[in-house]
Design a protein around this ligand. Structure first.
Ligand SMILES: Cc1cc2nc3c(=O)[nH]c(=O)nc-3n(C[C@H](O)[C@H](O)[C@H](O)COP(=O)(O)OP(=O)(O)OC[C@H]3O[C@@H](n4cnc5c(N)ncnc54)[C@H](O)[C@@H]3O)c2cc1C
Length: 356
């Protein structure tokens, strides 16, 4: 069995892969000039594949649901305090069109065997009294979770105690001496290896702290849509994370005035008392997006495995990715991760990579 593994990129994906491989006996080096500073640090931390389900999107739903089911065991194996920050999510509708969409989701996702519940206006306010009075309908997903993504980065670093961290960027995989290589450089993966179909999608996000005089926060993740823009509030011990904008703007990570304005205005439509909170932090990050919304997890040459393109769901998909890469390193494949095989895209660019 080969012994040395190089992991390129130390976000949640690279850290989880490295920690797991080192536990399984590999001698692991992780290369990253700035560990945990990418999308994994910026994210909201929702684990919400069910309430994002949509008729026909079977593979996306199944893939996310498989990872959500792994989360309790994955989190229990991490060192330190629990990384979970909420149990349950509630998606709310402010108008008739959104209410119809929520019913469609509840019906279709329910048919796939998952537990979702439609709540009327009074029930919504009963379980989350801080929400706006004009909410028409709610979709409750009791089994969805949320994690503090920054606590997760810290816990994964600790779990990777036997990994050697090399604070360098890698621009040529061929220069690495390891027996096996995992490419997990998030939105920068295509810059490291041309042909990997991952592009950057910018997202801005806010961190709010509850001031002593402010109204209590919701206890569940709250999601909604305002003027066609998605907005969510994710509970934290000290307040809320409010996300997120979405733009195709290359590698730009500046926070714009318009982004912050829209997020605050949209969040206020869901939770009118949000103006009482402290605006503690604004941030922007790059989602590593694939062409079809599923990640790319698979072997692209005898020595190179890609684990990237997790888009808007990389925190959710960390456990299944660690399992899938562990199987690949053992010469196996994880059946539940078949849909993420990078070979599903036209072979031309990856053939070039293989022959390099
Ligand atoms: C605003 C926002 C909100 C989000 N909310 C959620 C959410 O609620 N739930 C969810 O599941 N997901 C969410 N996501 C998505 C999630 O954050 C990402 O999918 C996930 O963090 C990707 O992890 P990663 O390890 O692949 O990438 P990253 O965390 O971006 O890590 C990549 C790492 O690679 C390193 N790197 C880059 N180039 C090189 C190189 N040449 N050599 C070595 N290292 C390199 C970087 O320094 C970085 O540390 C959100 C993302 C954003 C931007």
């Amino acid at each position: 069995m080969p012994e040395t593994l190089a992991v390129v990129g130390g976000g949640v994906i690279g850290l989880a892969v490295a920690a797991r491989a080192s536990r399984e006996g590999w001698s692991v080096r992780l290369y990253d000039p700035s560990i945990g500073s990418g999308a994994s640090w910026v994210a909201g931390g929702m684990l919400a594949p069910l309430s994002e389900g949509w008729p026909g999107e079977h593979e996306l739903l199944a893939f996310g649901a498989h990872s959500l089911a792994r989360w309790p065991e994955f989190a229990a194996a991490l060192p330190g305090p629990s990384v979970f920050s909420a149990t349950g999510s509630l998606t709310v509708a402010l108008d008739a069109a959104d209410a119809a969409d929520l019913k469609t989701i509840a019906e279709w996702v329910g048919e796939q065997g998952h537990d979702l519940e439609i709540l009327g206006r009074a029930q919504v306010r009963e379980i989350e009294p801080s929400l706006a009075q004009n909410i028409r309908l709610g979709l409750l997903a009791p089994t969805e979770l949320a994690v503090d993504n920054r606590a997760l980065v810290g816990a994964l670093r600790e779990a990777a105690a036997d990994v050697e961290f090399v604070p360098e960027a890698v621009d040529d995989l061929g220069s690495l001496k390891a027996d096996q290589i995992v490419l997990a450089a998030g939105a920068h993966s295509a810059a490291v290896l041309a042909g990997v179909q991952v592009r950057a999608v910018k997202g801005e996000i806010l961190r709010l702290r509850r001031r002593p005089s402010a109204s209590p926060s919701p206890t569940r993740t709250i999601r909604g849509s305002v003027h066609g823009r998605a907005v969510y509030l994710v509970p934290r011990g000290d307040g809320l994370v409010v996300g997120a904008t979405q733009y195709e703007s290359g590698q730009d990570t500046q926070v714009t005035v318009a982004g912050v304005r829209d997020l605050i205005a949209d969040a206020e439509r869901l939770m009118p008392s949000i103006g009482e909170y402290e605006l503690h932090e604004t941030a922007a990050g790059l989602r590593p997006m694939s062409p079809d919304g599923l990640p790319l997890i698979g072997r692209i040459s005898e020595r190179v495995i890609v684990a990237s393109g997790h888009g808007r769901n990389g925190i959710l998909l960390t456990p299944i990715t660690a399992d899938a890469v562990s199987a690949l390193l053992a010469g196996d494949t994880l059946p539940e991760a078949k849909a993420a095989d990078p070979a599903r895209f036209e072979p031309a660019p990856l053939e070039k990579v293989r022959n390099k």
